[in-house]
Design a protein around this ligand. Structure first.
Ligand code: 3B9
Length: 336
């Protein structure tokens, strides 16, 4: 076997960049730039070269998304930063009461909310070391979750490497993993054809898929992901971004898929119109939502308000009425 030449390494790097660019356009920007047949040919060439020269394989190579052997179990890991859940408001009256509560604590007249869609999926905590994805974990109880890195790596909307020149030593990203409605319907069709019980909803299907021990099965399920929180431990949140909306833009620049249907609101009425607008428009979205999330936009104000034992005081979920009565099986997330 001739010594691998420099141009071989350059060819491998070139293939990686072309494949990564096409994958980002397709899975994050939802805007394909390459025919599938061309993508497959480039991918096969890269796989071939890496098999011939495994010393050139890097953890962020697109070929490293699907693991080989199934896991036997998942480890429990402690989140570097706790994952808080959201207080719920079930109507605008409750939202208005929440607004009055925090306005009593901070006397600031000119507040601003960022309103985001609440995706009906399963929360994920992602950890990047020097820009490389090193861990993916389920929310668990917010303090500890299950380490499911191999499964998280199969989610093509999640970058294996941050798009940053000099990445900080540690970056924590939170978001929602979900199954699109089309993928969910196809999954249930396959399950009913093979005599398995259909799953009640895409949230259950996503949570169950994330806990599948065989990442090759997970890769076939085509999970998707929207990021919504960026943290750089050791760096003051206010220095990363002054507002939640800037933080979402940063996440996009770093290579994450961030839900585009977010708005800035300066009043309760503006929040109400966003909530009512998306109660109608969400029926045309290719994924399930179960509410909107309203966050005080200014990070300095978020810090002033802080957290209760369970929730941030500066954010609330404004839920839509549930479509189907939750059944008992929803309580338990099983591998599906
Ligand atoms: C607001 C937050 C709870 C995330 N934020 C955090 O988890 C979080 C955690 C520690 C933070 O700061 C700390 C840092 C160190 C120690 C303690 C707190 C700040 C935010 C949340 C939860 C669920 C969401 C959801 N389903 N959809 C959208 N669109 N947004 C959501 N946002």
């Amino acid at each position: 076997m001739p010594e691998p030449t420099l141009e071989l390494q350059q060819r491998i790097e070139q293939l990686r960049q072309q494949i990564q660019k096409a994958s980002y356009a397709y899975y994050v920007l939802d805007n394909p730039i390459m025919e599938d047949s061309v993508y497959d040919r480039l991918y096969r060439e890269l796989q071939q070269l890496e098999q011939e020269h495994p010393q050139f394989i890097t953890p962020d190579s697109p070929t490293q998304r699907v693991g080989e052997k199934p896991a036997t179990q998942f480890q429990t890991v402690r989140h570097n930063i706790p994952l808080y859940s959201l207080e719920n408001a079930f109507n605008l009256e409750e939202f208005s009461q929440w607004q009055d509560r925090w306005q009593r604590i901070v006397s600031t007249p000119n507040f601003e909310y960022v309103t985001e869609l609440k995706i009906d999926g399963s929360a994920l905590a992602l950890t990047y070391k020097n820009g490389l994805l090193v861990r993916g974990a389920t929310r668990g109880d917010g303090i500890e979750g299950e380490e499911i890195t191999q499964n998280v790596r199969t989610i093509r909307a999640i970058p294996l490497r941050l798009n940053l020149e000099n990445p900080p030593p540690l970056v924590e990203v939170r978001g929602e993993a979900f199954l699109g409605l089309e993928v969910f319907a196809k999954m249930n069709q396959e399950r009913s054809q093979s005599g398995e019980a259909e799953l009640a909803n895409p949230r259950n299907a996503a949570a169950g898929t994330l806990r599948h021990l065989d990442s090759r099965i997970v890769a076939q399920r085509r999970l998707d992901f929207f990021a919504y929180t960026l943290q750089i431990p050791g760096v003051d949140d206010d220095d990363i971004a002054h507002t939640q909306s800037q933080s979402l833009e940063l996440l996009q620049e770093m290579g994450f898929k961030v839900n585009p249907n977010r708005t800035l609101c300066q009043s309760l009425e503006a929040v109400e119109s966003y909530y009512n607008e998306w109660d109608v428009r969400r029926k045309d979205l290719p994924y399930m939502t179960d509410g909107v999330v309203v966050k005080i936009n200014t990070i300095a104000l978020q810090k002033q308000l802080g957290f209760t034992q369970k929730f941030p005081r500066w954010a609330i979920a404004l839920k839509y009425p549930a479509e189907e009565a939750p059944t008992q099986i929803e309580a338990v997330t099983v591998q599906v």
